[in-house]
Ligand binder design. Structure first.
Ligand SMILES: [Zn+2]
Length: 447
């Protein structure tokens, strides 16, 4: 990792540019042609739920910009039915990254630099359950698995890219649908809706679950944030025996403590689905069991809001900081045994290394100890949230910002402890996190 160079770049480039294509992995020559990473400008997804055929069809219209000529990387796990770029039908192929770390889809046509639009039709198979009263459909993610963000359902970009996403939804004859989502819902009548997500969102940000009205017990509430905004909150559960009043109290007290530590709640809503084992975080939302609730809500500051990872090599920061904070914001005076490669994996990596929960959290405890006379780690985290909320960040930028904040070059400290042990996969020697995340097929049982 070119830490020093990146520190220099951070100083020179405006952060808006860095938040976009500057965080993309390197373009590369594949056997098919020159694969390029692009900048999504706008993404409109038309989703049609057909209760007759029990299918969901997506027509996705995405405007993107490329600065180099080549074959754009547009990942989607589902095979497209039709794929057009600027009105011309093209074919696509799922290929390996040059280092064979992951797979993704490219358009098999070299595209000249500029602004272009692709339109793709596809079927959504995962996360859909048609029942007699309507449809339960969600786009739930898993950041410990590859290709498990929005690309599992719809054409999407890597996590570096923030894009304004809009769902245009047609339920056809199903007239009793409702939404649990961190987007803004507009009822257009005739069982049609739009859901608009903030332009700061990436492929890992959005929470979307539509269900027939009354399918889940729920408890709605209004929460007044530390900065005086009244925002809607809802907790709903898969099981009727979940005590939602109790869960609501836990959510509110958890967020109040988080606000006292890290500042006003960063989101426009609070959405909690109590279901399953472990949890997964979204912007202002989570699907979680009760024991992981505080951990998952903490992620609305670290992972989905205050700090946002620009790639899988920064995902460890989400879990390291959150686990450290959730387990009491402790200190440790030594770095004994902390040497895990959490940040230096393939530049195409999209998922988080497990050792973030153990060695990563211990590394944060050490930083909290080391800088205790400067307000500890929380002082830096608060500064980062104040200045860089909703800006996807790499580990190199995180380390550089911390170096600046504490007036000490931390490059070699990070290099020695979060980029090392590349050959040792380590995962078998480290205990798996207590709040394990479910895979997408596992989550489908809660629809
Ligand atoms: Zn977590």
């Amino acid at each position: 990792m070119k830490m020093k160079l990146i520190i220099l770049l951070v100083a020179i480039l405006p952060s808006t540019l860095l938040a976009k294509i500057g965080h993309a992995p390197a373009n590369f020559k594949s056997p098919e042609g020159y694969a390029i990473f692009v900048d999504f400008k706008k993404a409109d997804y038309d989703l049609t739920y057909d209760p007759g055929s029990k299918t969901v069809t997506a027509k996705s219209t995405i405007t993107f910009e490329n600065t180099e000529e080549g074959m754009p990387v547009i990942d989607m796990v589902e095979n497209p039915i039709k794929f057009f770029v600027d009105g011309t039908e093209v074919s696509t192929k799922v290929i390996n990254s040059i280092d064979q770390d992951t797979w993704f889809r490219i358009i098999l046509k070299s595209i000249k630099p500029g602004v272009h639009t692709f339109v793709v039709t596809s079927v959504i198979d995962q996360g859909v359950n048609f029942i007699t009263t309507g449809v339960s459909s969600s786009f739930w993610f898993n950041d410990l698995g590859d290709r498990n963000f929005l690309e599992a359902y719809l054409p999407a970009n890597f996590e570096y890219d923030q894009v304004k996403m809009t769902f245009n939804i047609d339920f056809q004859t199903m007239d009793k649908q409702k939404f649990y989502t961190n987007g803004n819902v507009t009822d257009l009548g005739s069982n049609r809706f739009t859901v608009e997500f903030p332009e700061t969102y990436t492929s890992s940000s959005l929470y979307y679950h539509t269900t027939p009205i009354g399918r889940y017990p729920e408890n709605k509430f209004t929460y007044t944030t530390l900065d005086g905004r009244d925002i809607p909150g809802v907790v709903y559960a898969k099981d009727s025996y979940t005590n939602l009043e109790d869960a609501k109290k836990k959510i509110i007290s958890s967020i109040q403590v988080l606000e006292s530590k890290y500042g006003p709640w960063l989101h426009q809503k609070i959405i909690v689905f109590i279901a399953g084992n472990g949890g997964m975080e979204y912007c202002g939302a989570t699907m979680t069991d009760l024991s992981s609730l505080n951990h998952e809500l903490t992620h609305s500051y670290f992972a989905r809001g205050g700090f946002m990872p620009a790639n899988g090599n920064a995902g460890w920061i989400d879990e390291a900081v959150t686990t450290w904070s959730d387990s009491g914001s402790g200190t440790r005076p030594d770095l004994k045994g902390i040497a895990a490669n959490m940040a230096g994996n393939s530049q195409y990596r999209r998922y988080t290394e497990y050792r973030a929960y153990t060695q990563g959290a211990s590394f944060m405890s050490y930083l909290n100890y080391k800088f205790q006379s400067n307000g500890g780690l929380t002082a830096f985290l608060n500064d980062m949230i104040k200045n860089d909320a909703f800006k996807p960040m790499t580990t190199e930028e995180f380390a550089a910002k911390m170096s600046t904040y504490y007036s000490e070059d931390l490059t070699s400290l990070f290099k020695d402890h979060v980029y090392t042990n590349k050959t040792n996969p380590g995962q078998s020697n480290d205990s798996k996190p207590g709040h394990m995340k479910m895979s997408i097929p596992e989550m489908n049982q809660y629809l």
